[in-house]
Write a protein that binds this ligand. Structure first.
Ligand code: ACO
Length: 337
């Protein structure tokens, strides 16, 4: 059976750098609060009032990943696009990206799993490769949060944490006897907690999708989060799911070279490290620079970790983990060929 091998990565963030001090000017917050509670120092947002969708950011990241793999878009036989901020209600951003890549028949699938979009996406890619349905896959995680945030003090708990960005992976099915590729994947979801982090409107479940009696500055048009509840859930569930994935792969935590967690909050990831009794250098952090880029967060971190030489040599083992809206959470273990 073929193994799913990461051939290359690429990432892109828009050039508009927003520091915590910039946010102090538009809502009641402080650099100190944001850094102390989340670890975030800055994030990138698209130029406001510019027509930029998540497929545009995904396109930039994809061009880099394709060039790094030595592939052209025509080599692809499947595209997976993970986002919670699709360019339009439908069709999905995967189709829009496919067209931007100059393709007109390559299948494209959207994944709506928020912060675990990459985990669900890589698992889906692996299943397509192992079943023989695809051989060369482009997996993209991309978000444009900034155009959908409540940039008033009312929305400050959410607005200060989200950044825009994208990353892409070229994944190839490779015939090899070596122990490599996705060693294990454990995914979970609990829809009973959907209300803990959601954007409720517009809603097809309502008789009228854009109700005339609800003004467009109603909080339900913006992401609303029970931050403390999600924080507690993450600190409780991530160690458990990591253990499940280690057992499934039949390896120990000592054998993991680097943990790349979803970058939602530096404190969550530090607490995870303490719980697992890991040195901090075994956990990758870049939330300081980008904030929470949701589906793009883990692949951006992977790209940077590989560029910094912290992971990527033959035999290196990386563990990806995260928890986010849905709720959804999971842990994947990948070994480099
Ligand atoms: N600036 C200043 N004060 C603020 C801000 C802000 N940006 N946001 C909230 N506050 C205030 C609150 O109003 C509150 O004030 P009060 O005590 O007077 O009522 C106080 O700070 C504490 O608020 P908490 O919500 O308890 O703060 P907490 O320490 O929990 O930090 C945070 C909030 C950063 C959101 C944290 O709860 C968190 O990171 N939660 C998890 C987020 C997460 O992992 N989400 C999942 C991924 S995202 C996805 O899936 C799309």
């Amino acid at each position: 059976m073929k193994k799913s091998i990461i051939k290359s990565t690429g990432m892109f963030v828009p050039p508009n750098l927003i520091t915590n001090h910039d946010l102090e000017k538009i809502l009641d917050t402080s650099d100190e609060w944001i850094k102390q509670r989340t670890g975030i120092e800055q994030r990138y947002w698209i130029e406001q009032n510019m027509a930029t969708g998540s497929s545009d950011l995904g396109f930039e990241a994809s061009k880099i990943a394709l060039a790094n793999a030595g592939w052209t878009a025509q080599d692809l036989d499947f595209i997976i696009f993970a986002t919670l901020s699709p360019d339009i209600m439908f069709p999905g951003s995967g189709c829009l990206l496919q067209a931007k890549l100059g393709l007109d028949s390559t299948p494209a699938l959207d994944i709506r799993q928020q912060c675990t979009g990459f985990l669900y996406g890589l698992t889906t890619a692996d299943a397509y490769i192992k079943s023989g349905l695809a051989g060369k896959i482009l997996l993209v995680g991309a978000e444009v949060h900034s155009s959908g945030l409540d940039k008033t003090t009312r929305g400050r708990d959410v607005t200060v944490i989200f950044g825009d960005g994208a990353a892409a992976l070229c994944i190839e099915g490779v015939e090899t006897k070596k122990d490599a590729g996705l060693l294990s994947s454990v995914l979970h979801a609990d829809g009973n907690l959907a209300h803990a982090l959601m954007t409720e409107l517009p809603a097809s479940r309502l008789p009228v999708r854009f109700p005339a009696d609800i003004p467009f500055d109603d909080p339900r048009y913006f992401p609303v989060m029970d931050g403390p509840a999600i924080f507690k859930k993450a600190v409780r569930m991530l160690p458990k799911v990591i253990k499940e994935s280690l057992e499934k792969a039949q390896i120990t935590l000592d054998e993991i070279d680097l943990i790349i967690p979803h970058q939602a909050n530096m404190r969550i990831n530090q607490a995870l490290g303490q719980f697992l009794k890991l040195d901090d250098h075994k956990i990758f952090h870049n939330i300081q620079k980008y904030g929470n880029t949701t589906a793009a967060s883990i692949p951006i971190a992977l790209h940077e970790a590989m560029e910094q030489g912290r992971i990527g040599k033959s035999g290196d083992i990386v563990l990806f983990t995260g928890l986010g809206a849905g709720l959804t959470w999971g842990s994947l273990i990948y070994k480099f060929l």
